[in-house]
Design a protein around this ligand. Structure first.
Ligand code: NDP
Ligand code: ZN
Length: 351
C-alpha cells in the first residue's frame, strides 16, 4: 500500500509498505477524510520526537472499517468511524490511573506517527477497536467530524487543564485550530471574558464568533503587559496555551492572578528547558499552577464530543479553510501546514 511518510528528520515522501496486520482486538481502516496537524510539522521538521525513519505520518482521520479482529464486538466492515489521534491501551495501569494517554509510558497512547505508522495511507491499523473507535453519526459533516480526531479534544483539554469555571476571565494564547476550540470550550464552560491572542485575520474573526470578547495581537508587544493593562494589573484567572514558544510560559505566569491555573496543550518542539519567572511565580508560593497534557482519546470521549456538534453547540467545520481530494492531496495539505499562509486555519483531505 501507498503512504506519505517521514523519511527522516526534515524529509518526507511517498513510500510503499505492506498493509498492516489485524490482531484479535484491532481493526484495519481505510481513510475517508484526513487532516495534517501542526504536530506533524514539529515531528518532521523540528525532529521533536527524535529520528523516525520511513514512518507514515498523520493522526487525524475519519475512516471506514475494512477488517476487524475476532474479538471485536461493536464494529464491522463498512462502519464509518471517528478515530481519535490518541488510541490508548485500555488495560494498562496508566489507563486505570486515569491517564490513558500515557498508557504504556509517557505519551505512549499517542501511537499514530509516533510509535507506529499513521493514517496518511491507503490503510491503517487501530489497536483496541472497541475502546478507541466511535461510530460516525450518519448526518455529520465530514469536515466537522475530522476536527473530532484532535483539534476539538485538544482544544477542550486545554480548557479542562486550566479548570475554567463560571465567570472566569480567561486568556487563550494562540488561535490556530487548537486555540480556537479552546476559545469555544471556555465559552461553553462559562468564562466571562475571553482574551484571544493571535494575528491571522480569519482566526481573529472566528475567535470572536466562538466567544472571544477581546483580541490581543502578540505582535503589538508583550502579551502579559497588554493583559495586565486591560485588567488594571490584576491579571486573569486562567490561561490556556495553544501557541507561542518556550518564553510564552513566563508571560502566562505573569498575567495570572494568585491561585490561577495554566493549561498547556502547545507542543514544545525545541530547547532544553522552560524558564519560570521566580518573583511572578510568588517566589515559589504564588499558587499559580501549570498543567500540561496530551489529549485524552477513547470511544466515550469521542461520542461525547461528537454530541456537541450534533446538538449545535460547536461548529468546528468553520475552521476548514482548504480542501483537497484524493490521498495525493495530503502532500500539499501538509506543506500548507508547514508554511502557514495567512489565510490558513485548517486544511482537510477528502478521499
Ligand atoms: P497554529 O500554528 O495554527 O496556531 C498557533 C497560534 O499561536 C496562532 O494563533 C499564532 O498566531 C499564535 N502564536 C504564534 N507565535 C506566538 C507568540 N509568540 N505568542 C503568542 N501567540 C503566538 O497551531 P495549531 O492550532 O494547529 O496547534 C497549536 C499547538 O497545539 C501546536 O504546538 C500543536 O503541535 C499542538 N497540539 C497539541 C496536541 C496535544 O494533544 N496536546 C494535539 C494537537 C496539537 P498567528 O495568528 O500570528 O498565526
Ligand atoms: Zn494533531
Amino acid at each position: 500500500m501507498k503512504g506519505y511518510a517521514m523519511l527522516g528528520i526534515g524529509k518526507t515522501g511517498w513510500i510503499e509498505k505492506e498493509r498492516p496486520v489485524c490482531g484479535p482486538l484491532d481493526a484495519i481502516l481505510r481513510p475517508i477524510a484526513i487532516a495534517p496537524c501542526t504536530s506533524d510539522v514539529h515531528t518532521v521538521w523540528a525532529g521533536a520526537l527524535g529520528e523516525r525513519k520511513d514512518m507514515i505520518l498523520g493522526h487525524e482521520s475519519i475512516g471506514e472499517v475494512v477488517e476487524v479482529g475476532e474479538l471485536v464486538r461493536d464494529f464491522k466492515p463498512g462502519d464509518k468511524v471517528i478515530v481519535p489521534a490518541i488510541t490508548p491501551d485500555w488495560n494498562t495501569t496508566e489507563a486505570q490511573n486515569g491517564y490513558s494517554m500515557h498508557s504504556g509510558g509517557m505519551l505512549a497512547g499517542w501511537k499514530f506517527s509516533n510509535f507506529k505508522d499513521g493514517v496518511f495511507a491507503e490503510f491503517y491499523h487501530v489497536n483496541d477497536a472497541d475502546g478507541n473507535l466511535a461510530l460516525l453519526p450518519a448526518d455529520m459533516d465530514l469536515r466537522a467530524a475530522c476536527m473530532l480526531c484532535d483539534m476539538i479534544p485538544t482544544g477542550l483539554h486545554g480548557v479542562e487543564l486550566a479548570d475554567v469555571q463560571f465567570g472566569d476571565e480567561v486568556v487563550v494564547i494562540g488561535i490556530g485550530p487548537v486555540g480556537l476550540m479552546s476559545v469555544a470550550g471556555a465559552a461553553i464552560r462559562g468564562a466571562s471574558k475571553i482574551y484571544a491572542v493571535g494575528s491571522r485575520p480569519n482566526c481573529v474573526e472566528l475567535a470572536k464568533e466562538y466567544g472571544a470578547t477581546e483580541i490581543i495581537n502578540y505582535r503589538n508587544g508583550a502579551i502579559d503587559e497588554q493583559i495586565l493593562k486591560l485588567t488594571d494589573r490584576h491579571g486573569v484567572d486562567k490561561v490556556i496555551i495553544a501557541g507561542g514558544d518556550n518564553s510564552t510560559f513566563a508571560e502566562a505566569v505573569r498575567m495570572l492572578k494568585p491561585g490561577g491555573k495554566i493549561g498547556n496543550v502547545n507542543y514544545l518542539g525545541e530547547g532544553e528547558s522552560i524558564a519560570i519567572p521566580r518573583v511572578d511565580w510568588g517566589v515559589g508560593m504564588g499558587h499559580k499552577s501549570i498543567n500540561g497534557g496530551l489529549m485524552p482519546g477513547g470511544r466515550l470521549r469521542m461520542e461525547k464530543l461528537a454530541s456537541l456538534i450534533s446538538t449545535g453547540r460547536l461548529h468546528p467545520e468553520k475552521m476548514v479553510t482548504h480542501e483537497f481530494h484524493g490521498l495525493e492531496g495530503v502532500e500539499q495539505a501538509l506543506m500548507l501546514m508547514k508554511e502557514k499562509p495567512r489565510d490558513l486555519i485548517k486544511p482537510i483531505v477528502l478521499l
